[in-house]
Design a protein around this ligand. Structure first.
Ligand code: FES
Ligand SMILES: [Fe+2]
Length: 329
């Protein structure tokens, strides 16, 4: 969207990876719901790379390059036979590791199934396991939000949570926010801790005055959010901290697929279950409100920035993304 517009007067400074539709980061990608497997096969893609996912009779899920190495038919038209996927055209079969007894082997990619979703690593061997939310490594419960698409690059969507100026202008939160960030030594993620103080008397009265939130991006394809930490309604009643994870995937035609997953600590007993469900409901409600306010921005943006010192989080994130490894996709 808008890539070909205003080229003479507002040229795009193409970067190595950031906001570049022609490059794909070697990272984890959420490629669809497990329930979307039809006859145990799912056709999907990351960037321009077509892939086939299949689940074998013993329940193992595999991901291969989509086109059969014989004459190139998309294997998603095929059939799962025991532990292999059989091409519809001439019935050559491929194992989960991409090997075939008579034809050239296909590339296979690491797969994980989590939250009822299929995740693949865009390379031969995963350089790190599919990350969990750092604050909910175990004993969590989740709810998948509906998947949706945006016509801007995933990296542009990822800037949203780091853009502290728009918190006041677009979301009218009246916050003064400060941030600190660090990167994992192996560059597998970048993490931002934010601290916000409300500026208006009314908001201070409603919330107790301040709160914290954090944002972590792994491979610029999986996001982890922790928000509303420290909010006290009327300064007294603690508001639940909310947790969410997001999968971001670019596909061709300049489209980004975003899969939200809302998380909360798992609580015991019937009351605990009700409380968890309530937390998940509130998390989704807050998310939908922010998403609605942000939506039109990401549908009408042509990213040709001139940064100010207040944009330092965005600048550090872009530098991080441009250091990430590129996939062959
Ligand atoms: S194209 Fe797949 S077996 Fe011939
Ligand atoms: Fe926003």
């Amino acid at each position: 969207m808008f890539e070909d517009n205003n080229l003479e007067t507002q040229p795009i400074k193409e970067m190595n990876i950031f906001n570049n539709w022609n490059s794909v980061v070697e990272a984890w990608y959420c490629v669809g719901e497990e329930s979307a497997l039809k006859n145990n096969i799912l056709s999907t893609q990351v960037g321009k790379q077509k892939l086939v996912i299949f689940k074998t009779e013993t329940g193992k899920v595999h991901c291969l390059d989509a086109f059969c190495s014989h004459m190139g038919l998309n294997l998603s038209l095929g059939k799962v036979v025991k532990e292999e996927i059989r091409c519809h055209f001439h019935h050559w079969s491929f194992k989960g590791d991409g090997t075939c007894s008579k034809q050239k082997d296909l590339n296979s990619y690491p797969v994980e199934v989590r939250y009822g979703l299929i995740w693949i690593w865009a390379g031969k061997e995963a350089k790190y396991p599919l990350p969990l939310h750092q604050d909910l490594l175990e004993n969590y419960t989740y709810k998948r939000g509906p998947v949706y698409t945006r016509p801007s690059h995933p990296h542009i969507s990822l800037l949203n949570a780091l853009d502290i100026q728009h918190v006041n202008t677009v979301h009218a939160l009246d916050l003064n926010v400060s941030a600190k960030h660090y990167e994992a030594p192996d560059q597998s993620y970048i993490h931002y801790d934010f601290e916000g103080k409300f500026l208006t008397k009314e908001k201070i009265f409603l919330t107790g005055g301040g709160y914290k939130f954090s944002v972590r991006y792994a491979g610029a394809t999986v996001g982890f959010l922790k928000a509303l930490e420290g909010i006290k309604i009327f300064g007294k009643i603690p508001f639940p901290t909310i947790y969410a994870t997001f999968g971001y995937r670019q596909i061709n035609q300049n489209q980004t697929v975003i899969q939200p997953i809302f998380l909360t600590p798992k609580r015991t007993g019937v009351l605990g279950w009700i409380k968890s469900q309530l937390h998940l409901f509130v998390t989704e409600m807050i998310y939908n409100r922010l998403k609605g306010e942000d939506g039109e921005i990401y549908e009408n943006i042509r990213f040709t920035p001139n940064f100010t010192p207040d944009d330092s989080n965005i600048v550090s994130f872009i530098a991080h993304v441009n250091r990430l490894p590129k996939s062959k996709f």
